[in-house]
Design a protein around this ligand. Sequence first.
Ligand SMILES: *Cc1c(COP(=O)(O)O)cnc(C)c1O
Length: 524
Amino acid sequence: MTMLKEGRPTAPIPVEDAHMAPATVTGNRALMLEEKLIFEIGSNDTTGVDFAVVPEVASRLGTLARTDAIGLPGLSEQETVRHYTRLSRQNYAIDLGLFPLGSCTMKHNPRLNEKVARMPGFADVHPLQPQSTVQGALGVINELAVWLIQLTGMHGVAMTPKAGAHGELCGLLCIRAALEARGDARQVVLVPESAHGTNPATAAFCGYKVEDIPATPDGRVDLEALKARLGPDVAAVMITNPNTCGLFERDMKVISDAVHAVGAFVYCDGANFNAIVGRVRPGDLGVDAMHINLHKTFSTPHGGGGPGSGPVVLSEALSPFGPLPYTARMADGTIHLIEEENVGEEMPQSFGRMSAFHGQMGMFTRALAYILSHGADGLRQVAEDAVLNANYILRSLEDVLDAPFGGSGPCMHEALFSDKGFADGFTTLDIAKGLIDEGFHPMTMYFPLVVHGAMLVEPTETESKAALDQFILALRSLAQRAKAGDDALKGAPYHAPRRRLDETLAARKPVLTWSEPEMAQAAE
Ligand SMILES: *Cc1c(COP(=O)(O)O)cnc(C)c1O
């Protein structure tokens, strides 16, 4: 073993006698502690809190009164804290390492944003407070709206949608309202094959018939096929740009012109806006509506189901149909929330509301803090660095992994690989499980569907070259093992708290509530 002059080894020390290690009696493995379910640690008949004895009172609940035990485990404060801390250590987080999930844009979340979002003037306000007492919070919404309109070159913005998918719904509802206003009942929404699943789902939810548009061999929308399908029955085309193959749709303006020529609208899925922010304005490309995932492009911790925020920028043609409420700066400098009762002449055609109040205040403050701390030039660099990092990964790995569109020039913010060339029986799943052993969250797998065994890697702009190099080292070694048919890879992960789970069984027969017999059955 070679040593640095500081006395540290130059490379990881392989544990040659690891197979000799006896199983521990506790199930713990050094600092990795085995943890049971909270129901198994606590018990129904204990409590961690001392309550005064409740005096006997006549129940007024009648037949609604609970007759059996409530079934909550009782634990002391320390037991509770340890339980959740132990579980949290089995999790992976952006604060631990690179999170290469393509399409998800898992980037570092600056602590500054968190500090700002927790300021009492933002964190402790109530949505029903008189507007004169929350001018600062309304000012944040209004200023963020101005930035989003500027950055996208659009005419208006709906701030209330609470996620990307919710934004898609908002955009299509605007399109439907605009079509209905001119008495035009169109039935069809066109969606490219490579689209995120939320696109066709949203269109179907709005009652449209969804039709696929094929992709060209270089991973982009087939312009001729699209043009051939356009007609008076098409309400909208939903296009992701940059698309989910990590490629810029170069024909976007031609597409928009063709779509507008038949009286339809262009919906752009803007989840990948981080790749073009500060460089391209979707408004210049003829987009009519586009959601921006604030929690992707403009940071905010996300994943695990929330929180998110999906403002929708709108063209001049669609803005009058956008949702309420929205903010407006008055002549005297105050900011008003325009609601149904004070909408006046301005937006009589609004399709209604997307959410009860103003949207996700915490995400607004984080996004504005991110935007202001980067500035216009810094945001441009976000896009440039995100693209540079992805291309570094693409070019560093294309000799060992098949890059289906690598030949058609640089990618945008994500690098896409396929499973072509793996030994018989080796799959993308094996690579993903191997990455867990190497200390990385797996990349996005089997999406987009247009690529066999897809591996979609998005490093984001916030990773250093050193971090990228370590990830590349891991992925390169796994790719080589899959190509060589190294059977040991089929058993990975070896070092994780749990090994390969039966994901199909878990999806088909999820055990969501705890009861002893059920757990016993599942274990059989
Ligand atoms: C993330 C994503 C969405 C959905 O956004 P949510 O905020 O998760 O609802 C839609 N399209 C693409 C391309 C995405 O990456």
